[in-house]
Design a protein around this ligand. Sequence first.
Ligand code: FES
Length: 149
Amino acid sequence: MPFQLNINRKPRTVDAAEDTPLLWVLRDELDMKGTKYGCGIGLCGACTVLMDGTAIRSCLTPVSAVTGNITTIEGLGENGKLHALQQAWIDLDVAQCGYCQGGQILSAASLLALHPKPTDAEIEEAMTGNICRCATYNRIKAAIHQAAG
Ligand code: FES
């Protein structure tokens, strides 16, 4: 059935079964591959996107439960400019394999919306659900501090 979504500040209509996870709508219907599949059960954070600025797991969110504006890693920057977090990730060379990093950045964006100057403890708590098999956690923390300014 058709669903009207707002993805990265643009209205999009998708045709999907109501229980289709948003992850697959993004990747397969809208060809937006920045949102990654890791575990499919809400444990790794690779599929993180923002709904009205709050981090959600797109693998656990049926398209029929999308009630707000969705931001993916493709839409985090605006007007052709990288988001401060994306720039910090580049400056500090955070990524190793890179697979989880879009989800990491979106979880960090959700954190900064609540805590513009997060402490180490706030970062650790907010980022605990985003797993990185390359263990880039220290660089992630440094990049969040840099982006917070
Ligand atoms: Fe969604 Fe792992 S793929 S949390």
